[in-house]
Design a protein around this ligand. Structure first.
Ligand code: SAH
Length: 392
């Protein structure tokens, strides 16, 4: 693992734990607005409307996030626009890399002291950003580190978009060795439950997929929204004119176990949640991705593979098995490889396409469900050198 140059904590904010305040939504940023609203905003600030496009071209087209680097703008204009349209939303606390530089995690401090993380993953043919949609998460899945924190607050549209624009800039700088320089995919698999922050996540998706300079110009098909299964929001998503990939975190094919692993199942049962997912697939023609973290002796029994196969047989669905990434202090562990192989075999035998997800970012706690910034800062409060605990 490489710890990248650490961004020092500013002297007036000596310790992230000490600055924990009441969470509040951030100031407005141009990424919160569509182009028409940006034009209205710049004219209200006494600047000509064309400045909106200029700013947008810098931000979305050239991935420049700092107004001081927009040197074709007069200094007075920059001073006038910065606070209202380009406030700093994300302050990097630390960045870490592993997998030979192909995976990097950034821990961000938001304007109110809340902490979130994003992960950039490079592959030979693509670069993917894994972003957070909330600070913390209210879904309380017991195997997920973020689930143990509870919800701090929703992220704003711009706080979501700015993570992606930053990571696209990192990719464009050529920092992800062995990968193309263009960030092409976004997965809402960082902290938070995206469908619990529905309007902002949808707006962020629109911003990310609108062509530059209004937006980032990514393909809708290359965006994945992952959910625990909030059925009304899934139905709402089905009615949107969006072609994003929907991932459903199922983790158990039976209600008894899913009630425990994904507590929201107590409200919306397996049958109902699968129905909503199949409807999404039927409406969009897009295969849904069923996420299933394999947990030793908990959900990895052959009969559960068979039951899952029965539920998904003939449906437009793909199973993505995730070897459990044990969270600190957890009683659970990943399934042994032979058990995992048997689980895959049974699903495939049932005619269900199945893959096992790679285990990117484990060394830097950047893997699925490991984005628990709160724990990192709590550890640093113990007096260790700021990064020592992360390096373990
Ligand atoms: N709230 C959304 C997105 C969160 S994380 C959701 O639940 O879908 C993305 C995926 O990582 C989810 O499938 C989540 O269940 C899974 N995950 C969480 N903790 C994990 C862990 N410790 N090991 C493996 N996968 C985990």
């Amino acid at each position: 693992m490489t710890i990248l140059p650490v961004i020092p904590t500013s002297p007036d904010q000596p310790d992230a734990v000490a600055i924990r305040r009441r969470p509040s939504m951030p100031p407005r940023h141009l990424a919160d607005l569509d182009l028409a609203a940006r034009k209205a905003a710049v004219t209200t600030l006494g600047e000509p409307a064309f400045r909106a496009k200029q700013l947008s071209t810098h931000y979305f087209g050239r991935l420049v996030r700092d107004i001081d680097e927009m040197t074709d703008l007069p200094a007075a204009t920059r001073a006038r626009l910065t606070g209202d349209l380009l406030p700093t939303l994300l302050t990097p606390v630390r960045e870490m890399a592993c997998d030979d530089g192909a995976t990097r995690k950034t821990l961000w401090r938001l304007h109110d002291g809340a902490l979130v993380e994003s992960v950039l993953m490079g592959y030979p043919d693509r670069v993917t950003a894994c972003v957070s949609s909330q600070a913390g998460c209210g879904m309380a899945c017991p195997f997920c580190a973020t689930g143990q924190q509870g919800l701090t607050r929703n992220l704003s549209v711009a706080e979501i978009v700015d993570q992606v624009v930053y990571l696209a800039g990192v990719a464009a700088s050529g920092a992800v060795t062995g990968s193309p320089p263009r960030l092409s995919r976004v997965v809402f698999m960082g902290m938070g439950e995206p469908l619990a922050n529905y309007p902002r996540v949808i707006e962020a998706v629109r911003r990310l997929t609108t062509p530059a300079p209004e937006g980032l110009g990514l393909s809708q098909r290359h965006i994945t929204v992952s959910t625990v299964g909030l059925v009304p929001a899934m139905r709402r998503l089905t009615a949107e004119d969006l072609n994003v990939t929907l991932a459903l975190s199922l983790h158990a094919p039976d209600d008894d176990l899913r009630d425990e692993l994904v507590p929201v199942n107590q409200r919306w049962k397996v049958a109902e949640v699968l129905d909503a997912a199949f409807e999404y697939a039927a409406r969009t023609g897009r295969r849904i991705s069923i996420e299933y973290a394999l947990i030793r002796d908990v959900n990895d029994q052959p009969w559960r593979a068979d039951l899952l196969g029965k539920l998904l047989r003939g449906k437009l669905a793909h199973v993505n098995l995730i070897p459990l990434n044990p969270t600190p202090g957890s009683k659970w562990d990943a399934s042994p490889k032979p058990v995992e192989r048997e689980f895959v075999r049974r699903l495939r035998e049932a005619g269900v396409s199945t893959t096992v997800r790679d285990t990117r970012g484990r060394e830097i706690d950047g893997a699925c469900g490991q984005l628990a910034a709160g724990e990192l800062t709590e550890a640093s409060a113990g007096g260790a050198a700021p990064d020592a605990e992360v390096a373990q």
